[in-house]
Design a protein around this ligand. Structure first.
Ligand code: 6PG
Length: 240
């Protein structure tokens, strides 16, 4: 795991955006199309805005989601809506490259359809997992990532692609990619800011690998995982 800390959340987000684009560019040097999976929450907004302002052959990038809240696409809670408004539409990413989770459907059905979308796009045979070029994730103050919350039994699932989960703490259904997919990413990019997450970040970095307790550790063993932090969240690991 590598990490970089920046003076504030805006600078961290901008650096994260630049890093994502560099990884996509690398991917495109060897093939026609690259794949990017995005998360939601409030932290990525400035990252999406930076991405929107960068010149890039977006017509060669296919966009997916790491997770989605079980709401229609026009809901203020929709991860799709946030990315569409702040990044995909202003950047001119073609509609045909946008593979959103149909979270307006019943959660199990939305997960089933999303899994099929991923299988079809990557041309997966039974038992195969997709290798996204870049997966962007965040981390909650309870160490959750994607919509995998501490104690979630699906954290032990390394075969599945997507599932519906009920987030007890939020009283909300979510659709999420599963750990095997997160761990198969060619590049995992974590954007995490805010001093309120400093202690949990310390635990994620310094405690033994236990993703059922610290889901944000998923992807930290093998594979390239890079964290973009602000100084507030990094204060307990800086120098450690
Ligand atoms: C979501 C996410 C989720 C997010 C973290 C951090 O839909 O909420 O994809 O996993 O990355 O909860 O969210 P914040 O950036 O809002 O702290």
């Amino acid at each position: 795991m590598r990490w970089h800390a920046y003076p504030d959340s805006e600078t961290a987000a901008a650096a994260c955006a630049q890093f994502i684009v560099a990884r996509l560019e690398e991917a495109l040097s060897g093939k026609e199309q690259a794949t990017l999976a995005l998360s939601g929450g409030s932290t990525p907004k400035p990252m999406f805005k930076t991405l929107a302002g960068l010149r890039f052959p977006w017509e060669r990038v296919h966009v997916f989601w790491v997770d989605e809240r079980a709401v229609p696409p026009d809901s203020p809670q929709s991860n799709y809506r946030l990315a569409a408004e702040t990044f995909l539409t202003p950047a001119g990413v073609p509609q045909g490259n946008i593979h959103r989770i149909l979270a307006e459907l019943a959660p199990e059905e939305a997960a089933r359809r999303y899994e099929q979308t991923v299988r079809d796009f990557f041309g997966l045979k039974p038992g195969e997992l997709p290798h996204f070029d870049v997966i962007h994730r965040g981390m909650g103050a309870d160490a959750h990532t994607a919509s995998l919350f501490p104690g979630e039994p699906l954290i032990g699932d390394r075969q599945g692609i997507a599932a519906a989960v009920y987030a007890q703490r939020l009283g909300q259904w979510r659709i999420t990619l599963l750990p095997g997919v997160l761990e198969s990413a060619r590049n995992t990019v974590m954007l995490v800011t805010g001093a309120d997450k400093a202690e949990v970040l310390r635990a994620v970095f310094q405690e033994p690998y236990a993703p059922e307790r610290y889901p944000a550790q998923l992807g930290s063993r093998g594979g390239a995982m890079t964290w973009f932090l602000d100084e507030g969240v990094a204060r307990l690991i800086a120098g450690g």
